[in-house]
Write a protein that binds this ligand. Structure first.
Ligand code: FE2
Length: 292
């Protein structure tokens, strides 16, 4: 899947964009299912907000128990000062997470695509486990900023191993909140960990005081729909708020090494009934069409 030059570029920069990875039909099918889930589930679920600005404070049980579920989370700006929702629920969703790849067949097909396993192998993963997936809406007008972070903050392993596979399902531009990256920034230390605090909440544990890159050190990464972006787990990246009239829906899958230690205080945990699966293995389908 990757040329030698692309493997070298990923190692140097900590990210790599692969235009045309998903065809328009696959993007459309993923978008359609994400919209369906939002329309069906958002009105019935709790008004749980996802905010990267106040993540430790805003993380509730709906979030902390979503590691093996498909759940909707709202945009902070979707609510008026009095708490009422200002848009239809499906237009107010920040993201759906975090087990789309194991519970939703169209997302499973995209996630356990043998091409992804091959790419993971080419960038040095030995036995990638698919641990987290998200459909990130970045809604027009109200799509929130995702502050500069390293994915290993949220999916810590020892040794560090997380890799993000981020696919633009719609064009991502400077106007609608494309990714911004700090090329080479993966050579810096992990700054902090997002962990369970042992009393039902989460906290950030500070590991290294080195500041994350500021705006002048970040580079915009506008991509067309269908582009896959590989993100090293230590690469600092950011995306701005979407004040444009165009949505920027993306699908993100994170993998870690099967033989790395996955701590019990990582925020994302799964029950025994739905263990993490190897990327290459692929999921069996239940008769109901749901994945087992
Ligand atoms: Fe990220």
């Amino acid at each position: 899947m990757l040329s030698r030059d692309q493997v070298v570029a990923y190692a140097a920069d900590g990210y790599l964009a692969l235009p045309g990875f998903l065809d328009p039909g696959t993007c459309a099918a993923l978008i359609e299912r994400a919209e369906q889930i939002a329309a069906e589930q958002a009105p019935a679920g709790p008004r749980s907000v996802f905010s990267t600005q106040a993540q430790a404070r805003r993380s509730d049980a709906w979030f902390l128990e979503s590691g093996d579920q498909v759940r909707c989370f709202f945009e902070e700006e979707a609510f008026a000062a009095d708490g009422s929702l200002q848009a239809a629920p499906a237009r107010a969703i920040n993201k759906i997470g975090h087990a789309l790849h194991d519970r939703e067949p169209v997302f499973a097909a995209a996630s356990y695509d043998p091409r992804l396993a091959e790419i993971a192998g080419q960038i040095g993963m030995r036995e990638p486990l698919a641990v987290q997936s998200m459909a990130i809406f970045k809604q027009p007008g109200i799509g929130g900023e995702v502050g500069c972070h390293q994915d290993a903050t949220f999916l810590f392993t020892a040794p560090l191993s997380v890799v993000g596979f981020w696919v633009a399902l719609e064009d991502a531009t400077r106007d609608n909140g494309c990714l911004w990256v700090a090329p080479g920034g993966q050579r810096g230390p992990l700054r902090r960990r997002f962990c369970r605090d042992g009393v039902g909440g989460v906290r950030f544990a500070e590991l290294d005081p080195t500041p994350l890159p500021g705006p002048s050190q970040l580079q915009a990464l506008p991509v067309r729909a269908g582009t896959l972006v590989l993100l090293h787990g230590l690469l600092p990246h950011w995306s701005g708020a979407n004040r444009s009239p165009r949505r920027r829906l993306a699908y993100s899958l994170h993998c870690v090494e099967a033989d790395a230690d996955y701590p019990a205080d990582n925020w994302l945990q799964r029950g025994a009934s739905l263990p993490f699966r190897r990327l290459a293995a692929g999921p069996p389908l239940a008769r109901s069409g749901a994945l087992v």
